[in-house]
Design a protein around this ligand. Sequence first.
Ligand code: SF4
Ligand code: SF4
Length: 310
Amino acid sequence: MQEKFPSINKEPIDTLQINIGYKCNQACKHCHVNSSPLRTEKMSNEIISLIPKIVDKYNIKTLDITGGAPELHPEFKNLITSLSKKEIDIIDRCNLTIFFEEGYEDLPEFLANNNVIITASLPCYEKNNVELQRGYGVFEKSINAIKMLNDLGYGKKKNGLQLNLVYNPVNPILPPPQEILENNYKKILFEKYKIVFNKLYTITNMPINRYEESLIREGKLDSYSKLLKDNFNKNNLESLMCKKTISVNWLGEIFDCDFNQQISFRTNKGPKTIFDLMDKSFNFNYGIAVKEHCFACTAGSGSSCGGALT
Ligand code: SF4
Ligand code: SF4
């Protein structure tokens, strides 16, 4: 069993992930951000206004917008329209149920008009499993949201509007092989609900924050940590998402990935804030902050915000 997570180094970045606020219309059991409708933290307009400048300065190829429900940030739409002329992929990590909140009915059309990639959580094609993790009524709303997105053209063509779904296990196990599960999802969701999507991303649950607490309550933290270590796969080290990504929190502080951000874990190397990124120039060649939870990214087929690694 691999006991200590190996040292890994940052590389020149191509992805900027920003968490623009912790407020969410849901409060899922596995949420590593501890989001809920009661959270009030949100990125300032001053920091939001720096994002397009950072995209230009560091030649960012992908802007990955997350939260909470990022769409609840009052500047969400302005941020996207300010980037619309740039040659970048914009990802909205969308929970799908947000489309049914009052005042957000026009969101699907807005996202389609701006060619935003939608990455949405749907941890199972079975209603019970989804609602166990994400709350009562979430499954039906998610299916209806996907129908709306399909009507706008999402999920239909390889090079058209992209709708990707995210699977994470309901129980403390590793995800099944991504390709096989994607085929099952596509078959069952089309047969039952006539809905389509582009890719399925399998993500290993990260034993931090709310998910760690639920593992502790169930007495399963040690066995889950052992499972992650027992399945350490060194082939995943090469493509870990933290190598080419920086993750910015609502205060503008910089971390190696969204998970490190959620546990406020970083080294003293590299840029500390988004203001540093503007004031100086960085070439991102330093050690990444790693510890125990990182084994979730290297176990089995690997895991990242873009799904399996190998
Ligand atoms: S929808 Fe996403 S951000 Fe909101 S509580 Fe659930 S997992 Fe957390
Ligand atoms: S949690 Fe994963 S992505 Fe984050 S630093 Fe550790 S290995 Fe990298």
